[in-house]
Design a protein around this ligand. Structure first.
Ligand SMILES: NC(=O)c1ccc[n+]([C@@H]2O[C@H](COP(=O)([O-])OP(=O)(O)OC[C@H]3O[C@@H](n4cnc5c(N)ncnc54)[C@H](OP(=O)(O)O)[C@@H]3O)[C@@H](O)[C@H]2O)c1
Length: 337
């Protein structure tokens, strides 16, 4: 048994409204003992994702709430350091859901091997938590399975400089569409156009937002990939074309709100015959492997560009998480452990 300690972040209390660092607790626990059929992993990166805010609530949802006093849920990538499992060896690089902790014990279920000592991952390990991982598959599945864009159509995506949105626009471009982003601030919009190759990006914080959205979508919007909801959704509804599609992936503007904004321009859905479908990425397990293969191919070939905002050390995960919910991240928000 290894003699050092494990650092963990537990959910201490359930927030009302905005999350605070006091909702979490950093603890040190003894290293777990590896039993037959188990592997011990040293996590190298922790993914911080908006869905974690929902798990902090004790509310009925598509997934069980995180439990008080237990390690916060979260995606991780790391290296096997001890194995009593026939399918994993020391040095294997694995993606899993081992939570906010520096070491994780697993029975192998839900653990995806992405490299080994002799055959390391072809892409940086952290990217398996971003464009080649859950956020990338979310972008791929929502855009193609629900949005069903055709070449030449206009695809609009909100939170365009983030983990999911940045992949949506780049996939839309590769598909021959006009890709338009919505993001917070001129720096993010410049990144979306200049680095990611979107055709246009509109700053929703600008007082000219509605006029700029109109100018950026001269032929209207055929697919709106919804990540934020609220007032942005109402503005976008005015630009949607007849028979357009709207995959509803996330509504981040409401996640910390005590009074949800709702949809005020609901009539547009009827008059424009818009098809709207919410989805959870796990609805698309049947295409997961194919999506990952396509995304990893695009990343390796440089057709999909990635960017990461990395917080250093587990102890900084709570503030980085709150920062991500407020838009402090560019690209995928991670913690280096
Ligand atoms: N359905 C699923 O299975 C699934 C899976 C993964 C993610 N999601 C959803 O996809 C969305 C994006 O997730 P992500 O992981 O890619 O996160 P992300 O975009 O990397 O980070 C969140 C971004 O949301 C934006 N934001 C925060 N508050 C906002 C507000 N009030 N109005 C507009 N934008 C706001 C911020 O960007 P700005 O600086 O531009 O405001 C922030 O950077 C989230 O809604 C998430 O819940 C859903």
């Amino acid at each position: 048994m290894l003699s050092f300690n494990n650092n963990q972040i537990l959910l201490k209390r359930r927030p009302t409204g905005w999350v605070t660092p006091d909702d979490f607790e950093l603890v040190q626990t003894p290293m777990p003992t590896v039993a037959t059929g188990q592997v011990l992993i040293k996590n190298q990166f922790l993914s911080l994702d908006p869905y974690m805010r929902g798990r902090m609530n004790d509310a009925k949802s598509y997934a069980e709430p995180a439990k008080l006093g237990e390690v916060m849920v979260g995606g991780t990538v790391g290296e096997v350091i001890e194995s009593q499992h026939s399918k994993f060896a020391i040095g294997d690089q694995v993606v899993g859901m081992l939570g906010w902790q520096t070491y994780g014990l697993s029975d192998g279920r839900g653990l995806q091997k992405v490299g080994s000592k002799s055959n390391p991952s072809p892409i940086p390990l952290s990217v398996w938590l971003g464009a080649a991982g859950m956020p990338g598959v979310t972008a791929y599945a929502g855009l193609f399975e629900i949005g069903q864009p055709k070449a030449g159509e206009t695809v609009l995506v909100s939170a365009a400089a983030g983990a999911v949105g940045s992949v949506v626009g780049q996939l839309a471009k590769l598909h021959g569409c006009r890709a338009v982003g919505i993001a917070g601030g001129p720096e993010k919009c410049a990144y979306v156009c200049e680095k990611l190759g979107f055709d246009a990006c509109v700053d929703y914080k600008s007082p000219e937002f509605r006029a700029q959205l109109k100018a950026a979508t001269p032929n209207g919007v055929d697919v709106y990939f919804e990540n934020v909801g609220g007032a942005i959704l109402d503005a976008v509804l005015t630009r949607m074309n007849n028979f357009s599609r709207m995959p509803v992936c996330g509504l981040i503007s409401d996640y910390n709100a005590t009074e949800p904004y709702g949809v005020r321009n609901f009539v547009a859905i009827l008059s424009k015959r818009i098809k709207i479908q919410g989805f959870i990425v796990t609805d698309f397990m049947s295409i997961w492997a194919q999506a990952v293969q396509t995304l990893a191919g695009h990343i390796l070939a440089g057709r999909i560009k990635t960017h990461e905002t990395i917080a250093e050390g587990l102890e900084n995960a709570p503030t980085a998480f709150i920062g991500m919910l407020k838009g402090a991240n560019l690209g995928k928000q991670l913690v280096r452990l």
